[in-house]
Design a protein around this ligand. Structure first.
Ligand SMILES: Cc1cc2nc3c(=O)[nH]c(=O)nc-3n(C[C@H](O)[C@H](O)[C@H](O)COP(=O)(O)OP(=O)(O)OC[C@H]3O[C@@H](n4cnc5c(N)ncnc54)[C@H](O)[C@@H]3O)c2cc1C
Length: 516
């Protein structure tokens, strides 16, 4: 045995960094964190590339902070999904959009878990506690002293964002000045975990602020390969630390490796659907059929428009406004999203790649258009006992006519924005789809399929209710939890980053309460 602790947290991402920081508030609890990626000890050690909120570092496959996972979005549509592999996990490389799940999401999760700890009323105190809302901090549903700064850029500060706002008004869409207030969906600025142009990832917001605690140890470059499970109890993990094998032991292990890596680790440790594991040559330790049996994410396509005149660089974030609206017969809280980028697509990945440039005269600007209806599709199957062999991940997008219809409606809604008089002030029009394609369902389906992407919002691979309980405890085993977006039975109607932080808070609260 190389290290021992009371709790071993595997992965310091959106949820793990939060959980480890909260658990180590109790000086009597020894917390050990194993993070596969590099682990700076102070914020100043973070490369500036990873903090500049005008970029999305995860858009750069092959970057040092990104792990690339081969997946299939739909039959015949291979894709490489990026995941953060750095302290802070995907919150270190993501878009910085920090929007709460909707009340109906929480109700859906509470029902699936059979536990009202996930109801909106029960999580609201934690949603308040995790943030310092820079705009609405004194409102009853908000907090003004939590670790994550949350701000919104005024759309009037950029001509493209102002035109989007005016276009939404022209279309009769409601204004939604605070997308974290559970109001009617409409146009509004995007709440983001950004202050002074810097993205506050969970490492900076939570973990490094706790790094001085003697009961908290963070091992960077430490990739867990499998868990040691003995007679129904998780006792430790086999890991590689800077290329050397190590054994980590703990009374309790919490997997926070993300919705693709956590189910893979469970499978490699013999926990999952027995028949599948046996087929992969893995010895079954605990038959848990729902681990990896499906996943939940949001399909996305990019719709671009050509500016009439050169657009200024955004002041602090790539994000313009966002419009949420319900699909036909869909969710009242809005299951379609049109998210505006103020930076051309080719310049989004990272300043290192673009010389720090965020404008390119004449380059089209993107809308990220997605259907965010709660759906469970696809799945993650582990095909080999070798941790180096990636699992087979299928997203199962566009399977049903309803899936395709929602994407058509989302693209048509973006085209409607672009065709308003207000938006024509700044735009020469879309680069595609053309009017004929927009008017023809089959042609539009083909257009979407040819450009199919994903929001990178994966959830649901170790779902509450059938694989874990509301506090993340793996059903049927002792000493093992999962606390990351894997446990959400279905993805929220919005991006999951704010909910990943909440998961860290909810599971920390559960562990505190159980300890008494
Ligand atoms: C490019 C990109 C952009 C995104 N943009 C947004 C956005 O703007 N808004 C939004 O709401 N959501 C966004 N998301 C999604 C959001 O960031 C994630 O849902 C959230 O970070 C998930 O948190 P997590 O804790 O589940 O996993 P992660 O944050 O991915 O953390 C997992 C951590 O575990 C570590 N790990 C993995 N395997 C091991 C192992 N074997 N041993 C040890 N450590 C391991 C990883 O290195 C990582 O640090 C984006 C995601 C990506 C990839």
């Amino acid at each position: 045995m190389d290290r021992r602790a009371d709790v071993l947290v595997v992965g310091a991402g959106g949820s793990g960094a939060v959980l480890a920081a909260r658990l180590s508030e109790d000086p009597g609890r020894e917390v050990l964190v194993a993070e596969a990626g590099p682990a700076p000890r102070v914020p100043a050690e973070f490369p500036a590339d990873l903090l500049d909120a005008r970029f999305v570092p995860g858009a750069r496959l092959g970057g040092a902070a990104v792990r690339a996972v081969p997946v299939l979005l739909a039959p015949g549509t291979p894709y490489t999904a990026p995941r953060g592999r750095f302290l802070g996990g995907s919150t270190t490389v993501n878009g910085g959009y920090f929007v709460r799940a909707r009340r109906e999401d929480f109700d859906r999760w509470a029902a699936a878990a059979g536990d009202d700890r996930w109801s909106y009323e029960r999580v609201l105190p934690l949603l308040r506690a995790l943030e310092t809302d820079l705009d609405f901090g004194d409102a009853p549903e908000h907090g003004d002293r939590g670790p994550v700064p949350v701000g919104r850029a005024d759309p009037s500060g950029h001509p493209a964002a102002a035109a989007f706002e005016a276009a939404a008004r022209e279309l009769g869409r409601p204004g939604e000045p605070d997308k974290n207030a559970q109001g009617a969906p409409g146009f509004g600025p995007v709440p983001s975990n950004v202050r002074d142009g810097r993205r506050a990832n969970t490492a900076i917001a939570y973990l490094l602020a706790a790094a001085h605690r003697p009961n908290l140890t963070v091992l960077g470059g430490c990739a867990v390969r499998s868990l040691i499970i003995d007679r129904g109890r998780a006792a430790g993990a086999v890991a590689e630390l800077d290329g050397r094998p190590v054994t980590l032991e703990a009374d309790e292990i919490v997997l926070c490796a993300g919705a693709l890596a956590s189910p893979h680790l469970l499978h490699l440790s013999g926990v999952g659907p027995a028949a599948d594991l046996e087929r992969g040559g893995i010895r079954v330790v605990h038959d848990l059929p729902s681990v990896g049996v499906a996943l939940s994410d949001h399909p996305q396509v990019i719709v671009e428009w050509t500016p009439r005149r050169p657009m200024p660089a955004p002041a602090s974030s790539w994000l313009g406004g966002a419009l949420h609206l319900p699909s036909t017969g869909g969710h009242e809280a809005g299951d379609l999203e049109i998210l505006q980028s103020l930076v051309p697509l080719a310049l989004l990945p990272a300043p290192g790649l673009t010389g720090g440039t965020v404008t390119a005269p004449g380059a089209p600007l993107p809308f990220l258009v997605s259907a965010q209806a709660p759906r469970r599709t696809g799945g993650l199957r582990t095909v080999s006992a070798d941790p180096g062999v990636p699992p087979r991940v299928e997203y199962g997008y566009l399977e049903t006519e309803d899936d395709r219809r929602r994407m058509r409606e989302a693209v048509r809604a973006a085209a409607a924005v672009a065709s308003t008089a207000a938006f024509a002030e700044v735009s020469r029009g879309l680069t595609g789809p053309d009017a004929r394609t927009l008017g023809d369902d089959r042609a539009l389906d083909a257009w979407v399929r040819a450009r199919l992407g994903t929001c990178q919002h994966t959830c649901g691979t170790v779902p509450m209710g059938s694989a874990v309980d509301a506090g993340g405890r793996v059903l049927g085993l002792e000493g093992l939890r999962v606390a990351d977006t894997s446990i959400l039975p279905v993805a929220p109607l919005r991006g999951p980053a704010a909910t990943a932080v909440l998961i860290g808070e909810v599971v920390a609260r559960a562990m505190r309460e159980e300890r008494g």
